[in-house]
Design a protein around this ligand. Structure first.
Ligand SMILES: [Zn+2]
Length: 554
């Protein structure tokens, strides 16, 4: 078909009209009179911001932004409040966390208050149902009485409900009902990597120790049915929104399967997931034969089939179980025969072009992993795949240089918030530099901040920022001397983390074209006294231009 000149002209005029119209399109929402910390490349501060649909369309002065105001535009007067990009956590286990509606001791510094919260929760729970706290706190964070919860005390407040209070990922306190439900008796053999503590008469005391013990107890708590799981997922997301989290990279975890991902997938499909959840496939092969099975499975992996709310981005954090290191153990278990198995799996992942995140903490282990990566890079280049190490509590300058040469990124976590005192017991003075926030920042490597919530630290990102800036654990004890500026910490918890999610064009800073993921804060992050950073709370949280949380009016 040949188009007539008139038709071409008409099409041109229509296109021109459309273009002009689009440029002048009104904003849906305008935020005025604020202190907008954009976290753009120049860390510029603006006064106002306009949103159309899910994205920011203008950032600047009130006058600049008001140009986007039309008859239907809604306006929020920020009255001088500070706005920051939504906080992105590069390492958390929140997809698993939705399996239980646990009570949290996030940021609680008084044992008396923790006991009161537990008592209230028990009283609000029907008899027979479980009440659980699954980590996220340690005895050392209590400034009034730094100790755990003996069985007698738990029995007194909960005669009719099984109660589990897990400290970090180290030990669990059980009441008699929980002990009975889990069938723990004098005759029960210890689980692998765990022990049932016994009294002088050989009877179990209610304390279960070791990571295997903690896992045994947690696996015995009944899971939700599908509908309740979905409802609890929404509740968890609202809690995270209230803390200021708008996106994260999920690190999988113990006992996870398809049923854990399903509620998030369903919510995303309905446009009802008020947070951005990105995840990696986790497998924990422990023998060469299991490694073979995993290697066969790798070619079927197809990441990036989701959207900007729910997407698989690669593989990790566990790759080969026998080489997993632990923060509270000074020695690394990286035997050559186990590293050889790790290498086979990592090489298959590189050959398939997948992003890989590996859990590694201690200096010796980091070297052992880097030796493998450098060898793999010669046959299957990994530069460009954004491979990362998570935790890196003892990383040295030389190791950071090796990582940079491989195009790697560093994910650094706030576990000293509740484990700082224990880290000093295990690692002595070395713990002052664990993790080395300052060293990592100064190395120039691409790096970001995360929590490793929920078991081994709190979920609150303002606590992570606080640790990086003050070096203080919950309760106020100084445990880290590698502190960074609050601007560096904020970049590491926003813009830098977008890169780990392969979303750096979409989120992480408040600039035109990106999603309107933002927090209006109750006080100014840039000027409050350092010790108040952890107290900061969003009064409003927005994800993709939608208000997902508003603090109750005072
Ligand atoms: Zn880890």
């Amino acid at each position: 078909m040949v188009l007539s000149k008139t038709r071409i002209l008409a099409a041109f005029v229509a296109l021109l009209a459309f273009t002009i119209g689009a440029a002048a399109q009104d904003a849906d929402l305008i935020l005025l009179n604020g202190k907008i910390v954009t976290v753009d490349d120049r860390f510029s501060i603006a006064q106002a911001l306009a949103i159309r649909g899910q994205r920011i369309v203008a950032v600047g002065s009130n006058a600049d932004v008001e140009k986007r105001k039309g008859p239907a535009t809604r306006t929020i007067d920020l009255a001088g409040r500070t706005v920051i990009p939504g906080l992105i956590d590069n390492h958390a286990h929140w997809i698993r966390a939705a399996e239980h509606d646990e009570l949290r001791f996030d940021g609680i510094t008084s044992r008396a208050l923790a006991l009161k919260l537990l008592t209230d929760r028990v009283q609000a729970t029907p008899a027979g149902q479980w009440v659980e706290v699954l980590g996220g706190w340690s005895e050392e964070q209590f400034t009034d009485d730094p100790r755990g919860f003996p069985r007698d005390e738990l029995d007194r407040i909960a005669p009719n409900n099984p109660v589990v209070v897990q400290a970090i990922y180290n030990h669990s306190y059980l009441n008699s009902a929980a002990q009975a439900a889990l069938k723990i008796t004098a005759a029960t053999p210890n689980p692998p990597n765990g022990t049932f503590e016994k009294d002088a008469a050989g009877q179990p005391t209610g304390v279960v120790r070791g990571p295997g013990g903690v896992a045994f107890v947690a696996a015995g708590i009944p899971l939700f049915d599908q509908d309740a799981w979905l409802a609890n997922t929404r509740k968890l997301v609202t809690y995270l929104n209230s803390l200021g989290v708008t996106a994260w990279l999920d690190a999988g975890g113990r006992g996870m399967g398809a049923k854990h991902y399903e509620p998030f997938r369903q919510l995303a499909e309905r446009g009802a997931l008020n947070i951005r959840a990105f995840w990696t496939t986790i497998r924990a092969p422990a023998t060469p034969a299991e490694a073979d099975a995993v290697i066969n499975e790798i070619p079927q992996q197809k990441p990036f089939q989701g959207d900007d709310y729910f997407n698989q981005v690669g593989w990790g954090e566990g790759v080969y179980a026998p080489v997993t290191t632990q923060l509270l153990r000074a020695t690394s278990n990286t035997k050559p025969e186990d590293m050889a198995q790790y290498r086979r799996i990592a090489e298959a992942l590189a050959a398939h072009g997948l992003y890989v995140n590996s859990h590694v903490e201690m200096e010796a282990a980091i070297d052992a992993f880097l030796d493998q990566y450098e060898a793999i890079n010669k046959t299957h280049p990994i530069k460009g795949l954004r491979w990362t190490f998570s935790h890196l509590d003892q990383v040295t300058e030389a190791q950071l240089e090796r990582m940079k040469r491989l195009g790697m990124g560093a994910q650094i976590h706030s576990r000293p918030l509740i484990q700082g005192a224990l880290m000093h017991k295990v690692h002595g003075d070395k713990a002052w530099d664990m993790p080395p926030f300052r060293r990592v920042q100064d190395s120039g490597i691409h790096w970001g901040l995360g929590s490793d919530a929920t078991a081994v630290t709190t979920s609150n990102p303002f606590y992570t920022l606080s640790l990086a800036v003050t070096g203080e654990m919950i309760g106020g004890r100084k445990v880290n001397r590698q502190t960074i500026s609050r601007e560096e910490a904020l970049i590491a918890h926003t813009r830098s983390n977008a890169w780990f999610l392969f979303e750096e064009g979409n989120i992480g800073s408040l600039t035109a074209g990106r999603y309107a993921d933002l927090l209006v804060l109750d006080r100014d992050y840039l000027t409050v006294p350092e010790r108040e950073i952890k107290e900061i709370k969003p009064v409003l949280t927005m994800v993709g231009g939608k208000v997902v949380y508003e603090a109750p009016a005072k």
